[in-house]
Design a protein around this ligand. Structure first.
Ligand SMILES: NC(=O)c1ccc[n+]([C@@H]2O[C@H](COP(=O)([O-])OP(=O)(O)OC[C@H]3O[C@@H](n4cnc5c(N)ncnc54)[C@H](OP(=O)(O)O)[C@@H]3O)[C@@H](O)[C@H]2O)c1
Length: 271
């Protein structure tokens, strides 16, 4: 459910509407970038053990002079680490890196290792999920979810585990709507987080989007991020430039339903 500044997940935990992405921000730049985001009103930070920046992401969160409970922190179990004990120890590593004593959201980064995309790891994912359920039940994580999971990957968890994932974080941007998966997640009250909402920057030079953005007096980045919200997904834009970090959160406009429809029919710029 979307409220004014938050989505409410199916376990009633609130998650701020826009998250700050930190993929490809090197550890040595992560402190400044996250501090800049926190200073400019972001209260939701997305990282992962695989980004190799948790240390400085955590340092910024700890040193920003905001109460810990005001910041929503997500990290992820690396795609190649699967299994019950393996998940418990990777989680501890993440907490140590961040220097925090709990996470707001922990995700299985992908259903398969990145160098074996498509491999069937169903049994291993079920074991990882059971470990995440344990951590959730112990109060070490406020919500748990998955990332890059297909309908059948999620269905395996629904069939074999207790807790329905609160989130599926997937690539979602204008031209890549993933309608079927979106519908499935909606049906099960799984919040879809839109990663790469700017297609990692590739949407920004598109002439059709530039034209539409002009009509709303916004930038293409703002149009693309707002589009994710219009579709009920939670965008996770990334930038290391303060001007852009601010811009990406100024989304106080609405895209007409007609234009949402036009955008939803656009081709995937990456194909
Ligand atoms: N779960 C997963 O497997 C997964 C995979 C990919 C991403 N993610 C998450 O999603 C986040 C965002 O995705 P992403 O990193 O692929 O990219 P993105 O947010 O779609 O785009 C980021 C790119 O756009 C540029 N940019 C950002 N705002 C801009 C603006 N207002 N004007 C012009 N250029 C702008 C950035 O450059 P500068 O930084 O130079 O400003 C960067 O090159 C990641 O950081 C990560 O947290 C998750």
């Amino acid at each position: 459910m979307m409220k004014e500044n938050v989505f409410v997940m199916h376990n009633d935990v609130e998650i701020p509407l826009i998250g700050f992405g930190t993929w490809q921000i090197p550890n040595e730049e992560a402190y400044d970038a996250v501090m800049m985001a926190l200073k400019n009103g972001y209260t939701h930070i997305d990282t992962a053990l695989a980004y190799h920046n948790e240390e400085n992401v955590g340092k910024a969160i700890r040193e920003c002079k905001q109460p810990r409970e005001n910041i929503f922190v997500t990290s992820k179990l690396p795609a190649q680490i699967k299994g019950y004990e393996e998940t418990l120890s990777a989680f501890e590593e993440t907490l140590t890196n961040l220097g925090l004593d709990y996470l707001d959201l922990y995700l299985i980064h992908a259903p398969w290792p990145w160098n074996e995309i498509g491999k069937d790891c169903t049994q291993e994912n079920i074991q990882s999920w059971k470990a995440m359920e344990k951590l959730y039940n112990e109060g070490k994580i406020r919500s748990i979810g998955v990332s890059n999971f297909s309908i059948s990957d999620i269905q395996a968890l629904l069939d074999n585990c207790e807790i329905v994932p609160m989130v599926n974080q997937i690539p979602f941007y204008i031209g890549r709507d993933q309608e079927e998966l979106l519908e499935f997640c909606k049906k099960h009250n799984i919040l879809v987080e839109a990663y790469s909402p700017l297609a990692t920057g590739e949407l920004l030079d598109d002439p059709e989007l530039q034209e539409m953005a002009k009509k709303y007096d916004v930038t293409v980045a703002q149009l693309a991020i707002r589009y994710c919200l219009e579709r009920g997904t939670l965008p996770l834009p990334k930038s290391t430039h303060e001007k852009r970090i601010i811009e990406n959160k100024q989304l106080d406009f609405k895209i007409s339903s007609e234009d949402v429809k036009t955008l939803s029919h656009m081709r995937d710029i990456r194909k």
